[in-house]
Design a protein around this ligand. Sequence first.
Ligand code: PRX
Length: 658
Amino acid sequence: MSTQDAHELKLYSPPEAAVKGAHVSGMEAYKKLEAEAEADYQGYWARLAREFLTWKQPFTKVLNESDAPFFKWFEDGKLNVSYNCLDRNVERGLGDKTAIIFETDDGKVSRVSYKELLSRTSQLANALKAQGVKKGDRVVIYMPMSVEGVVAMQACARIGATHSVVFGGFSAQSLRDRIEDAGAVMVITADEQMRGGKALPLKSIVDEALSLGGCDSIRNVIVYQRTGGKVAWNSAHDKWLHEVVASQPATCEPEWVEAEHPLFLLYTSGSTGKPKGVQHATGGYLLHAALTTKWTFDLKDDDVFWCTADIGWVTGHTYITYGPLALGGTEVVFEGIPTYPDAGRFWKMIQDHKVTIFYTAPTAIRSLIKAAETNPAVHPKNYDLSSLRLLGSVGEPINPAAWEWYHQNIGGGRCPIVDTWWQTETGGHMITPLPGATPLVPGSCTLPFPGITAAIVDETGHDVPNGQGGILVVKKPWPSMIRTIWGDPERFKKSYYPPELKGYYLAGDGASRDAERGYFTITGRIDDVLNVSGHRMGTMEIESALVSCTELVAEAAVVGRPDETTGEAICAFVVLKRPRPTGEEARKIAAELRNWVAKEIGPIAKPKDIRFGDNLPKTRSGKIMRRLLRSIAKGEQITQDTSTLENPAILDQLAQTN
Ligand code: PRX
């Protein structure tokens, strides 16, 4: 790959091999698509929706803006997602093609063909119907990474049930909250999940969630037997998955749903309140899932695609369960973790399965860099990674040093890296290089996906010139956008369409564009949302969890600080109901509070630092001064004006680590 200096930034032009035969080949092809979308926005998306999806009833209306910002796409069309991902491929002659290469935590490999995936999905779909699940019902999926997890999602889609996958690392309390908010009729789970050689409970967490109350809508719990570990059984509503599917036929007529029918809810954190149920529609979402998989990953028939995300996050939805299958691709699904049995696991799996396209998060890359530096045995140079032709990054900014390492050590200097910026709410890639077209700059997600009107504006919605930072927005609605927040349309409007932004979608990120190329660089969230290892968390959620420990905690404030490995780390400032602890006592209470947060939300929300104070820095009107806390968390000298602070002495106290 050729490199040259563009000011101090390195520029990597797409290598010949990536340009040749690419679905979007060369910058001219990219510009042509952009021009097509600009000239006839609706015509562009309609063309693609007809090309990429099979419609039972073709749409005649493209975009309905009459109730903005509640936009509708392809609203009079009907289709079925699981038909598009499975039956259609079998009908095209791909029945025997491997859809999924599944590898368990302990390295057992199985392959599932499209034909088999279709019959397993149909059987489960029939079983769900037999349990009384109907179109529009919500089904919570709390599953390990598994073929069954993908099948459960596809089976819901097949019968028009709206799934809500909850990441298997969330606590009983978080699971309960999501079940209640969604009003789910069923939970599909597993006895246990295997991660890093350990069996971790799932079913017993479901039991606990249900026992916390508020889950009266649940009629059944379907349990996939993954480990055979012991589980408590409530015969009134618990059923084994293998038993409920055993008597079901392997064919099931898909439920043809309206394009706007809710395909799924996925809960994610915002700056205020409890996690919100991001609602996605069927037609527009699937279009963008398929389209971005094809263009961003340049997916071809003989590729082996591997997205390392969990199906509990949006990346796993779009780039495991839906996008690659909608295109008839072959993908790897992995149950385990990157560091088991050692930190060479990813590289070994790329070698074993001859993975051609690899998509992971910067946090994983950074932690594997560290591992390779400390243990030469797991350095990627020990593995044959020559099958790779394309790499991807998602979830958080990738720092140029990690980018360069990924490019050299994993991509052998020959594989483009697509740094894809998007969100749970956007359904699929929004700003990303296209590997056969876009010259790359490490650390930049480069240019909008063709047809996506991403822009940077100031607080009044006016464009800011390139070279300056501002607020990242999307000017026009796009097919795979969030439709609403489940049960809270007002919150949807308030969060994403604030009146001062002239009807633009507010992403919640800050960004800048460079003066020369207009390339985007994401500078991070501009709200009270943290991004820890690519996991999104609201500071308020963690604060609520801390103060719910009413025995100990009087007050808490949570901020993020930069972290070399996890991107951001959670830092909590806590005022206890007892005198401020120091030394060993402080460490003991901090450990207790960390476990408390893990129990309330999940281990991913555990604060890395907990500092204790007699009180928190507040203005005279009682507002916590978070910007000061952010500086303290970073270990910075306070240079800001502290004259409005009621109790300036507190700053020194909070600066002390335990
Ligand atoms: O801050 C941005 C960051 O992750 C947020 C979205 O998180 P979530 O909804 O959990 O979805 C993650 C997977 C798509 C964004 O608001 N983010 C995501 N991708 C990038 C990123 N930040 C910088 N560069 C990226 N490529």
